[in-house]
Design a protein around this ligand. Structure first.
Ligand SMILES: [Zn+2]
Length: 288
């Protein structure tokens, strides 16, 4: 090969090598490489990861578990018990955990039918337990569960194959201030639209940017166009963090989303205190 041709091809060869390297990295390696560094936690917390879907099964469930395991190991924030056994929700067992991560567990109401188990979960949170809800953890539930989460899946007009504009609405909030430097960004993921959602009940951190051209090509069902995608709330003494993101696998090792999720866990586990009072929808993101 002529030297000049080789030089011309170098960027392409480089790109190919980079792509091959990324491809050869395991999902755990990708999570590890992209996690933010945090200060030493006050303690190592115990988390239950529950991933059983009783409706649609996401194929990102496994990488969700990988993400949690690696995040716990790397940050020292928590140790995870991975189990889909409902026995962990019984009153004498649930208090072993500082928080529960609901990892894409669609339609929990169809599995957790027992009234006593439901009450056990709700009272655990009201007394100070933490909830970290990923994507379809917000799809379904009985009325108290939906109230605790702060919304219920309605539809996803902004689907998994699209790249959408996200408004970083509360850009100085500790959980999202470092995500893309507190600015808006684009993400390829399936974005949920919620019913039984009222911004007055929680602190919305991120939302669909409804001034965006690409987002505007789709139509959602809400008259107020308030399409929140991440929020925090208090539920009794409990702490709840919700992420509508988490359909596509790549989201689970996206360095910017990981920043938000690590801080979300720090809040849920009581490592940091953050504002959870509701704020009005910022003017920049008001419907046109
Ligand atoms: Zn989904």
């Amino acid at each position: 090969m002529k030297r000049s041709l080789f030089l011309a091809l170098l960027p392409i060869i480089g790109l190919g090598l980079y792509a091959a390297k990324v491809k050869s990295m395991s999902e755990a390696d990708l999570v590890q490489a992209n996690l933010p560094k945090i200060e030493k936690p006050k303690k190592k917390h115990q988390i239950l990861c529950f991933s059983k879907p009783y409706g649609f099964r996401h194929n990102s469930i496994e990488i969700g578990e990988t993400m949690l395991r690696v995040m716990g190991e790397e940050t020292g924030l928590f140790e995870v018990t991975f189990s889909n056994d409902l026995v962990h929700f019984e009153p004498e067992n649930i208090t072993k955990f500082d928080a529960i991560c609901f990892n894409n567990n669609t339609h929990i109401q169809k599995g957790m039918k027992d009234e006593a188990l439901r009450e056990s979960l709700i009272s655990y949170v009201k007394k100070g337990g933490g909830i970290f809800a990923i994507h379809s953890a917000t799809d379904g539930g009985w009325p108290e569960y939906v109230d605790m989460i702060g919304g219920n899946f309605q539809s996803h007009p902004w689907g998994a194959g699209g790249t959408w504009d996200i408004a970083n609405e509360d850009s100085k909030h500790p959980i999202v201030k470092d995500v893309h430097g507190g600015k808006g960004f684009q993400l390829k993921d399936e974005l949920y639209v919620y019913k039984d959602f009222d911004r007055a009940d929680q602190r919305v951190l991120m939302a669909l940017d409804m001034n965006s051209e690409v987002n505007g090509k789709r139509k959602g069902p809400r008259d107020d166009k308030d399409y929140a995608l991440a929020w925090v709330k208090k539920y009794g003494k409990g702490r709840v963090f919700v992420s509508a993101f988490g359909h596509n696998k790549e989201v689970f090792y996206n360095p910017e989303i990981l920043k938000m999720w690590v801080e979300g866990f720090r809040y849920v586990l009581g490592e940091i205190d953050v504002e959870t009072n509701s704020i009005p929808k910022p003017a920049f993101n008001l419907p046109k």
